[in-house]
Design a protein around this ligand. Structure first.
Ligand code: THU
Length: 159
């Protein structure tokens, strides 16, 4: 199935009605602008993310690296940390755009495993949509369950 002319993954098709309430281009634009703020002097790889809360607020983030490497944080977790620290814990979607700093993006930046797990903490994997974008017209949409199948989440602790 196609949405806005874009190919959806098989799983994301199940959510296609929900896609209509998601401002995809605005999210991607926000991620691209956030990417300009990336602090990535070590990898040279700049990433921006824009997170949509259930209340339709957008929180953005960029990757922030560190000379000690380990403390570096990804764009996605920056955005999620900003939202959660301001009291927003339920999310509909995230757009991610990344590539070599200062260059036009030529590939899709998929979220790392740690970020997928952090998304899992605050979302329903069958509902939460992950948009990986090169620009506002070239993107792919997945749901989190596809990117993190058979996952461990908050409710697992009670099973
Ligand atoms: N990075 C992100 O910010 N998000 C991703 O989805 C992948 C990787 C960052 C971490 C690091 O600063 C740089 O990209 C290279 O790994």
């Amino acid at each position: 199935m196609k949405f806005n002319g874009r190919k959806l993954s098989v799983e994301a098709e199940k959510n296609w009605e929900r896609l209509e309430e998601i401002p995809i281009k605005e999210l991607i634009g926000s991620a691209l602008r956030a990417r300009e703020k990336a602090y990535a002097p070590y990898s040279g790889y700049a990433v921006g993310a824009a997170l949509l809360t259930n209340e339709l607020r957008i929180y953005t983030g960029c990757n922030i690296e560190n000379a000690a490497y380990g403390p570096s944080i990804c764009a996605e977790r920056t955005a999620i940390s900003k939202a959660v620290s301001e009291g927003w814990r339920r999310f509909k979607a995230i757009a991610i755009a990344g590539g070599p700093k200062g260059e036009t993006i030529s590939g899709y930046a998929y979220p790392c495993g740690v970020c997928r797990q952090v998304m899992r903490e605050f979302t329903d994997p069958e509902q939460f949509l992950v948009i990986v974008a090169k620009n506002e017209t070239d993107y792919r949409i997945y749901d989190l369950k596809e990117l993190l199948p058979d996952s461990f989440g908050p409710e697992s602790l009670n099973e």
